[in-house]
Write a protein that binds this ligand. Structure first.
Ligand code: ATP
Ligand code: LTN
Length: 326
């Protein structure tokens, strides 16, 4: 196995959706062949938005089941829960002392979430990207496959790594984000100008990977379209471009090929075909999710924890020495 490391994570802040899959996880699967891969369930990040404890617990296990159902192999990669390796928060504190306020104030996700959760603009939401930098830097990560919205956060991880290295001496690898050309930003079904998000107010914003066939049909039928009649993409057609992107990625073809399939057909025909394609993709995954029991998942997460912990402890020891902590 290559020694070059890959790290990525998803928050258990709800049930993951097609945007998470097409924007991030789809590329993870290919990349595991090339990298020593670590996939994290970032439950501490999820706490930056109010969670109900029972739901958080359930979503954490469910997310692990989804990772497995989508094809991540725990023999070939490490899968673990962020809060089970305490070095993440320890390193985050040290990095907090290097991050500058204007760098954090400029983060788009912080600005968006501050608007969406006006009643709870907490300090964790503000320092969220620093904890993410700790996740990445703790494992000498070279590659971070994420959706477009996370690029800015990976940039901060690069800045903090360089700043630390300059002041304390060579310690961290400078990570790179890996962002797909297509699908890096799947838009909301109810608002094609905003990204699909699992914490969206309306469930008509996203297709969850656990949605049943009827729900998928209903959500796609209700999805916003653009003016006009033809099934074509374009900068003046954000809704159709988004739906065609989903269709083409699920069929592993180009948008032009998807457009060709629907020449002479209307929106209703296209939406029916798109629902079918989504359901064809979701059904085997849902079968796998329900066939995986909690005990098996917990065992995999426990193994992942001990593998991750070994790496994290070693790095943290080095960091503490460099910084001057006894
Ligand atoms: P939340 O709404 O709770 O913030 P989210 O839906 O944005 O969650 P995350 O857990 O933040 O999802 O993201 C997991 C991964 O999926 C990240 O790599 C992120 O960049 C990617 N991702 C999230 N939303 C999209 C999207 N709409 N299109 C493409 N990729 C996405
Ligand atoms: N912030 C990311 C989730 C995340 C992550 C990470 C992704 C936390 N730590 C480390 C890649 C690497 C998000 O909201 N999607």
């Amino acid at each position: 196995m290559s020694t070059s490391r890959l790290f990525s994570g998803i928050q258990p802040s709800g049930i993951i959706h097609l945007g998470n899959y097409l924007g991030a996880i789809k590329q993870w699967l290919e990349l595991t062949k090339k990298y020593d891969s670590i996939f994290c369930i970032v439950d501490l990040h999820a706490l930056t938005v109010r969670q109900k404890s029972a739901e958080l617990r359930k979503n954490t296990i469910e997310l692990a089941k989804i990772y497995l159902a989508l094809g991540l192999d725990p023999q070939k990669s490490t899968i673990f829960i962020q809060s089970q390796v305490s070095e993440h928060t320890e390193l985050a504190w040290i990095l907090n002392t290097l991050a500058k306020l204007p760098e954090l104030e400029r983060m788009t996700q912080f600005k968006d979430k501050s608007i969406a959760h006006k009643e709870n603009i907490n300090a964790g939401l503000f320092t969220y990207p620093v904890l993410m930098a700790a996740d990445i830097l703790l494992y000498d990560t070279a590659a971070v496959p994420v959706g477009e919205d996370q690029k800015q956060h990976v940039e901060l991880a690069r800045t903090l790594a360089r700043r630390f290295n300059e002041y304390f001496g060579e310690t961290f690898v400078i990570p790179e984000s890996l962002i797909q050309k297509q699908g890096a930003r799947i838009m909301g079904l109810d608002d094609p100008l905003k990204k699909m998000s699992k914490s969206a107010v309306s469930s008509f914003n996203f297709i969850a990977l656990t949605d049943d066939a009827k729900t998928v049909e209903k959500k796609i039928a209700r999805a916003v379209t653009d003016s006009g009649r033809e099934v074509v993409s374009g900068s003046d057609k954000p809704a159709l471009t988004n739906l065609l992107t989903i269709h083409s990625l699920l069929k592993n073809q180009t948008i032009a090929q998807s457009e060709k399939e629907f020449v002479g057909q209307g929106y209703a025909d296209f939406k029916k075909a798109l629902s079918l394609e989504i359901n064809k993709f979701l059904q085997p995954i849902q079968k796998k999710i329900s066939a995986t029991d909690d005990k098996t998942v917990l065992k995999i997460l426990f193994d992942g924890q001990s593998r991750a912990k070994k790496l994290a402890e070693k790095k943290m020891k080095e960091v503490k020495e460099k910084v001057g902590l006894i």
